[in-house]
Design a binder for this molecule. Structure first.
Ligand code: LR7
Ligand code: MN
Length: 574
């Protein structure tokens, strides 16, 4: 549907029967409407379904499509590699500006077709599954703030190209007060001519949570599907999601999230066998873990069958309109970014629903190393959001959260209506959630020691970011700050030294103590905190030692000298 600007592609004849259905502001209160400027004024020039399918087919959308141009950049999800030294100075400027603005390679994205082909990576079994005849229809809600043109359009076109028309009711784009020019009039004009797509414009920066709520309110499909603005859905993505919700409206479902490499736009597929479940650490930040044995057994070791997941990553999921309303949508007090993924996950499980990953549904998402956009005030919005979460949902377990964030709670606004909601829905408590849904979660109360590991020779602590990238995922010495965070460690009953899902891991002969996923098998991850205050690693028969100048932490022969002694407690030595 790559119509040229200003060109009328199709004239729709009878306007009256669809006008109400496609207006994004229908069903809304007057004052709400006032907040929204709609770009949807050109209804009668939109391409209708049959036409859409026809035009979409002309684009290279499927590996079987003979019109595919296999030589075009990025087709079949292949990487596009640019040698920047060979670019002209002007091109190089463009190349670098793209990275600066979006934290991914916009230059490369602009070279790739908006309808590029992707391989079909589903488990062969997926194609044998018979889905319900009468699937509910879906509204796809895509929110964005300052997204790149080609990336946003490819997201929308992938949905149009790969969703059966009768199941796709509409796509609602929500512009969270972007200031990039291409997202203003040009975007409005572009989609004014595309059937089923409408844009809702927010009049102030609202953050992704409130943007999604507005998009949801403006949509009307039986199922709401949320996507980030830098995704590509793959063949057959939609039916398996709708099927689970069609069978039970309290099923909340997420596709397998494949990785689109932000440097070269290659897609890395997650094979069903290695799909991961969602969890979290006690800082209430989402993380991944392997699907546990009990869940694999429940599914008879069939990897293509939906599996239960304690939490979702947040950006890509489907939920029935009815259940999202029942759950009180999102907490609208959550600002900009973060927390909403766990809020909805806890709510789903604790208030009567089920959260699952659907291995037969694959959607790619661009992962990037930094958040490219800012927000006013510079407050720690993520922690403010997770504070609300802890106060509303965690019950007595919120102590673990306080401890993990070093007791730096701070203000978090009014949560009384959220507490009232939890009560009125008669939701189960957090202990139930942990015991039944997330028994793998490590409880700090079950540890033998906790807090800072402080050297006896000088006030230097064992420090490390367990979520850092591979090159920085190791232990280092740092002046003790007694704020928890990267200096907070637990000694488990299995003699692991851990934070969340990551454990100290030492391979005999190497120079560093690394962090790896806890495996519970002792070996490289077993540490004994001995009576003489040394930390002993039986596998290598060595002790943890602070270097003589305090600049490194290594493993050395046990001598019992001061630099091998460690105080393990919360707060400074008394
Ligand atoms: O103020 C904002 N307004 C917005 O409209 C900030 C963001 N946004 C939009 C933005 O344009 C994007 O479309 O919101 C969407 C999500 O923002 P990202 O892409 O910067 O977030 P992320 O992918 O880094 O973060 C993940 O966690 C977030 C927590 O709040 C959200 O739930 C994201 O949707 C979520 N993304 C995914 O789950 C994709 C898989 C990543 C993983 C793991
Ligand atoms: Mn994202």
């Amino acid at each position: 549907i790559e119509a040229k600007k200003g060109e009328t592609v199709h004239s729709f004849k009878s306007k009256s029967d669809y006008k109400d259905r496609w207006s994004p502001v229908r069903n809304r209160e007057k004052e709400d409407v006032a907040q929204i400027i709609s770009d949807n004024s050109k209804e009668d020039t939109k391409i209708k379904d049959e036409e859409m399918v026809k035009t979409a087919r002309m684009a290279p959308v499927h590996p079987d499509n003979p019109q595919i141009n296999p030589g075009a950049p990025g087709e079949m999800g292949k990487p596009v590699i640019i040698d920047r030294t060979k670019l002209s100075p002007q091109e190089r400027d463009k190349f670098e500006a793209g990275f600066r603005k979006h934290a991914f390679n916009q230059y490369v994205s602009d070279m790739i077709s908006l309808h590029r082909s992707l391989p079909d990576v589903r488990d062969p079994e997926c194609k044998q599954i018979e889905y319900m005849k009468d699937l509910p229809d879906a509204s796809v809600i895509i929110i964005f703030h300052n997204e790149a043109w080609s990336v946003l359009l490819r997201t929308v076109h992938s949905v149009l190209d790969r969703s059966p028309p009768h199941l796709l009711k509409e796509i609602v784009l929500v512009d969270d007060f972007s200031d990039l020019d291409h997202l203003k009039q040009p975007l409005g004009e572009y989609f004014a001519r595309v059937w089923k797509v409408s844009i809702v414009r927010l009049k102030e920066r609202s953050g992704l949570i409130r943007a999604r709520i507005t998009g949801f309110d403006a949509s009307s499909g039986e199922v709401a599907i949320f996507l980030d603005s830098h995704c590509e859905v793959t063949e057959g993505w939609l039916e398996p999601l709708l099927d689970r919700i069609g069978r039970n409206y309290t099923n909340v479902v997420v596709p397998v999230i494949d990785i689109i490499n932000g440097e070269n736009f290659q897609i890395h597929y997650n094979a069903a066998k290695y799909s991961q479940a969602g969890g979290f650490g006690w800082n209430l930040i989402f993380n991944w873990h392997n699907v546990p044995e009990h869940e694999r057994r429940r599914r008879n070791y069939l990897d293509y069958i939906p599996f239960r997941t304690p939490t979702m990553a947040g950006g890509l999921f489907a939920i029935s309109r009815k259940f999202f309303l029942y759950l009180g949508k999102y907490d609208p007090g959550l600002d900009i970014w973060g927390g909403e993924n766990l809020e909805l996950s806890f709510k789903t499980w604790m208030c009567g629903g089920t959260l699952e990953t659907i291995p037969c549904s694959h959607v790619g998402h661009i992962f990037r190393k930094r958040i490219p956009y800012g927000w006013a005030g510079g407050v720690n919005v993520v922690q403010r959001n997770t504070n609300r979460l802890a106060e509303v949902w965690l019950d007595e377990f919120k102590e673990f959260y306080y401890e993990r964030i070093g007791h730096t709670l701070g203000e978090y606004g009014d949560i009384s209506d959220r507490i009232a909601l939890r009560k009125s829905l008669n939701c189960k408590n957090f202990r139930w959630y942990i015991n039944n849904i997330y028994p793998e979660l490590f409880l700090p109360s079950e540890s033998k020691a906790s807090g800072d590991i402080q050297n006896k020779a000088r006030p230097i602590c064992a420090d490390g970011n367990v979520d850092a990238d591979e090159s920085n995922k190791h232990l280092r010495p740092y002046a003790c700050h007694y704020l928890g965070g990267n200096q907070y460690w637990l000694l488990s009953t299995e003699n692991e030294i851990r934070r969340d899902t990551e454990c100290w891991d030492y391979v005999k002969g190497s120079i560093e103590i690394k962090f790896h996923n806890c495996h519970g098998q002792h070996g490289n991850q077993e540490w004994i905190y001995r009576k003489d205050e040394t930390i002993y690693h039986p596998q290598s028969q060595r002790c943890l030692e602070l270097g003589w100048d305090g600049r490194n932490i290594t493993m050395d022969e046990c001598t019992g000298q001061e630099r091998q002694k460690w105080l393990w407690q919360r707060g400074p030595a008394k």
